[in-house]
Design a protein around this ligand. Structure first.
Ligand SMILES: [Zn+2]
Length: 183
């Protein structure tokens, strides 16, 4: 009987301690303003389309992020109507047998579930995955090497999915901006 009473008292003490702990934790957290907790982006009706059959594949390099969005939306006219896979090194992962399967697996998902028919691949010069521009020795060598890898990447995708239309672009950061060249 005595042991039971001690156990009950102990439980009450533990519960009280837990309550105090919770209360202290709660009061130590600053109350966030609503806009920091919940965000909402209003979509244009055109952004809600369900007919997206384009996949863009690019590198994650932050230097090209804004220009890529402008190029895809405005120059290519895709206006937010595309799927996007962004991986450090982009095509390097597709032509490299060690990472190729992972990328093809992701493309396969999109081809099957999003009915992708058109792929836009954007590679860029001075890509860290290749060791930067200096790894090529000359601008000409870099241009040739990356163009060849872009074509290889296209061949790999078309061999797997002959229905795909694949467009290739090579971009370069210049003093006046980002220049896109169709390969
Ligand atoms: Zn890169």
């Amino acid at each position: 009987m005595g042991k039971k009473l001690i156990a009950v008292c102990l439980s009450v003490v533990l519960l009280f301690t837990a309550f105090l702990g919770c209360a202290r934790n709660k009061s130590s957290l600053p109350e966030l303003p609503l806009h920091d907790r919940v965000s909402e982006i209003t979509l244009n009706p055109v952004d809600e389309r369900a007919d997206c059959d384009t996949l863009v594949f690019s590198c994650i390099d932050y230097r090209f992020a804004f220009a890529n969005q402008e190029f895809i939306n405005e120059t290519l006219g895709l206006k937010n109507n595309y799927n996007h896979i962004s991986v450090p090194g982009s095509i390097y992962n597709l032509v490299n047998p060690k990472t190729q399967e992972l990328i093809i697996g992701k493309v396969t998902n999109l081809v099957n579930f999003h009915l992708i028919k058109h792929v836009v691949i954007i590679a860029h010069k001075d890509c860290g995955a290749y060791g930067g521009s200096s790894a090529f020795g000359s601008k000409f060598a870099e241009q040739e090497y990356l163009s060849a890898d872009l074509r290889k990447a296209r061949d790999i995708l078309i061999e797997k999915y002959p229905i795909l239309k694949v467009d290739l672009y090579l971009e370069e950061l210049t003093p006046s901006g980002v220049v896109f060249e169709k390969v």
